[in-house]
Design a protein around this ligand. Structure first.
Ligand code: SF4
Length: 327
C-alpha cells in the first residue's frame, strides 16, 4: 500500500531530512506566513484572542498552521521560542495534530542523537534513508554556499536575494528537486552580472525581518548586506557528514555565545564593517541583543520591527544616519 504524503508543518528549522526521507512534504510555517498576506493572518490570530502584545511571528504561525492544509505540526519545544508550548496548545485545541522536537539545552551529542532517532521513529523511517536524504540535500546546500559566495566574495548576489534563498532552504519549498532547478537558473543568471560596489559592507543579525523592504532600503543607501546570520544558519551550510553534528553546529537553538562565535568568524572572513541587529517586538531574544552589542566590537545598529510592512520613517532615518556615518 502506498504511504500517504503528508504536509508536515514546523515552527522553526529542524532536521528536515527526516520528513523528506519519510516521503512527506515539509512546510516551514515562517515562510508560509510571510509569503501569504501576513497582515491578514495576524488579524485572524487576534480575532481568536491573541493579544496585541504577542510577537507577530507567533500570531502569523498560528494562523498559517490553520491555513496551510497541514496533516501534522511539529513544534520546536526547546531551542526556539518561549511561546511555542502555548502555541501548540492553541493548535491542539483547534484539532491540529501536534507533536514536538527538542534541541538539547546542553548541546550534547547523545541527547540530540536520541532526539533525532525518536523523530525517525515518529515518522517510521530508518536512519539510512535519512542519511541518503541528507547527502542529497547537501548537494543543494553546496550550491547555496556558492550563492552565498556570490554575495560576499563577488558582489553579484544582493543581500535580499541571499536572504530569500537561505531562508527558503529550511523546507526547500516542499520540493528539493524543484528548488534545485530554480536555484541553478538563478546562480547562472547571477554569475553573468556586473559586480556592484557597496560603499558599506553590512552584516544582518537576528531573526528574519518582518519589514518587507529592509534590504531594498539598505541597497538604496548604496550599502549591502553581505552576511545574513540566522538565514545562513537555517540553510545548514556547514557540510558536516554527521547529521547530529550538523544540528549541533546550527547555532540558533543554543545560547547567544554560540552565535557570537559564528558571527565573529564570519564578520572577519567577509570583511563586514558594521552590523544591523534586528529585534522583533515582544521577542525574548531581545535580551540576547544586550550581549551581542557588548561583545561585538564593531559599529552596531539595533532595529526593532513589529507588524509586517515597509519600514517606518524613524527606522529609515536611523538607517540613513548609520550608513552615512560608517561609509
Ligand atoms: S521572533 Fe522571537 S518571539 Fe517571535 S516567534 Fe521568533 S523567537 Fe518567538
Amino acid at each position: 500500500m502506498t504511504k500517504k504524503r503528508k504536509r508536515i508543518g514546523f515552527t522553526t528549522t529542524l532536521p528536515v531530512e527526516v520528513i523528506l526521507a519519510a516521503g512527506h512534504i515539509p512546510v516551514d510555517l515562517n515562510n508560509y506566513f510571510i509569503n501569504n498576506q501576513p497582515l491578514a493572518l495576524i488579524a485572524e490570530a487576534e480575532k481568536d484572542g491573541f493579544p496585541r502584545s504577542v510577537c507577530s511571528w507567533i500570531k502569523g504561525i498560528y494562523a498559517a498552521a490553520r491555513k496551510a492544509n497541514l496533516d501534522e505540526l511539529i513544534g520546536v519545544t526547546q531551542g526556539d521560542c518561549s511561546n511555542t508550548h502555548s502555541l501548540m496548545s492553541m493548535l491542539k485545541d483547534q484539532g491540529v495534530a501536534v507533536s514536538g522536537f527538542a534541541f538539547p539545552i546542553n548541546r550534547e551529542y547523545n541527547t540530540l542523537e536520541n532526539e533525532i532517532a525518536l523523530f525517525e521513529e515518529r515518522f517510521e523511517t530508518d536512519h539510512s534513508e535519512v542519511i541518503k536524504t541528507k547527502q542529497r540535500l547537501d548537494l543543494i546546500r553546496q550550491k547555496l554556499i556558492q550563492l552565498d559566495e556570490l554575495t560576499w566574495k563577488h558582489n553579484l548576489v544582493t543581500g535580499a536575494e541571499n536572504h530569500y534563498w537561505l531562508v527558503s532552504a529550511s523546507d526547500f519549498g516542499g520540493n528539493p528537486d524543484m528548488f534545485e532547478e530554480k536555484l541553478d537558473n538563478f546562480i547562472s543568471e547571477a554569475a553573468s552580472r556586473n559586480p556592484y560596489k557597496p560603499k558599506l559592507r553590512l552584516g544582518y543579525l537576528g531573526v528574519p525581518p518582518i519589514f518587507s523592504n529592509l534590504y531594498e532600503v539598505v541597497c538604496s543607501l548604496e550599502a549591502e548586506v553581505v552576511f545574513n546570520e540566522i538565514q545562513r544558519q537555517f540553510a545548514m551550510l556547514t557540510q558536516n557528514t554527521d547529521i547530529v553534528i550538523q544540528y549541533l553546529d546550527y547555532t540558533y537553538p543554543y545560547s547567544v555565545f554560540e552565535r557570537l562565535e559564528d558571527i565573529k568568524t564570519e564578520v572577519q572572513k567577509r570583511n563586514v564593517v558594521a552590523l544591523i541587529s534586528y529585534n522583533q517586538a515582544f521577542c525574548h531574544r531581545q535580551i540576547d541583543n544586550i550581549l551581542l552589542r557588548k561583545y561585538l566590537q564593531i559599529p552596531f545598529l539595533t532595529l526593532e520591527g513589529d507588524q509586517p510592512g515597509e519600514i517606518d520613517s524613524r527606522t529609515l532615518l536611523r538607517l540613513e544616519s548609520f550608513v552615512e556615518v560608517h561609509s
